[in-house]
Ligand binder design. Structure first.
Ligand code: CU
Length: 161
């Protein structure tokens, strides 16, 4: 109960409450800081799960319709800021025109980066382009391949900076 000087009394009670809360707050803050790196790594490994193409070691192949689409980049290792040759190979699919490759990063706006392809053999298309270095330091890139008259195929892979 507060006595004569209401204001001083309430102020004192308030200070006591704040002093009680401070240790709890610091424990919460500590827990938050401890859990931060975990959350960070969790989101990183989630992004790694997106990777569906081991471009550093081999051509990547995905089934599409009743056939398949192959995607490759040369030379290897595949590095950013280097002239690269992109190759798309289709098997048992008829395209109405050469494919177009859109280079992007999952969950990031990186500006337009398209690779125009030309047919170099039956079902084989090639084009040249550059993968830029992301300012964030992240190395996971995505090639969206637009297959005219059919749809899109996505290849997600790691690039070396
Ligand atoms: Cu980026």
């Amino acid at each position: 109960m507060c006595g004569v000087d209401e204001f001083v009394c309430i102020k004192g009670k308030l200070m006591k409450r704040i002093k009680k809360i401070i240790p709890i707050l610091s424990i919460l803050l500590l827990l938050f800081m401890v859990s931060l790196p975990d959350a960070f790594f969790a989101s990183e490994s989630k992004k790694d799960q997106l990777v569906n193409c081991d471009i550093q070691n081999q051509q990547c192949v995905q089934p599409i319709l009743n056939g398949s689409i192959g995607f490759d980049i040369q030379p290897k290792p595949v590095k950013a800021m280097k002239d690269l040759t992109f190759e798309v190979t289709v098997k048992d699919i008829n395209l109405t025109g050469p494919p177009i490759i859109d280079l992007s990063m999952p969950g990031m706006k990186m500006g337009k980066n398209k690779v125009k392809m030309k047919m170099t053999a039956k079902g084989v298309y090639q084009g040249t382009g550059i993968i830029v270095r992301c300012p964030s330091g992240k190395t996971i890139w995505q090639a969206t391949i637009h297959l005219s008259g059919i749809g899109n195929a996505n290849f997600i892979f790691n690039v070396i900076y």
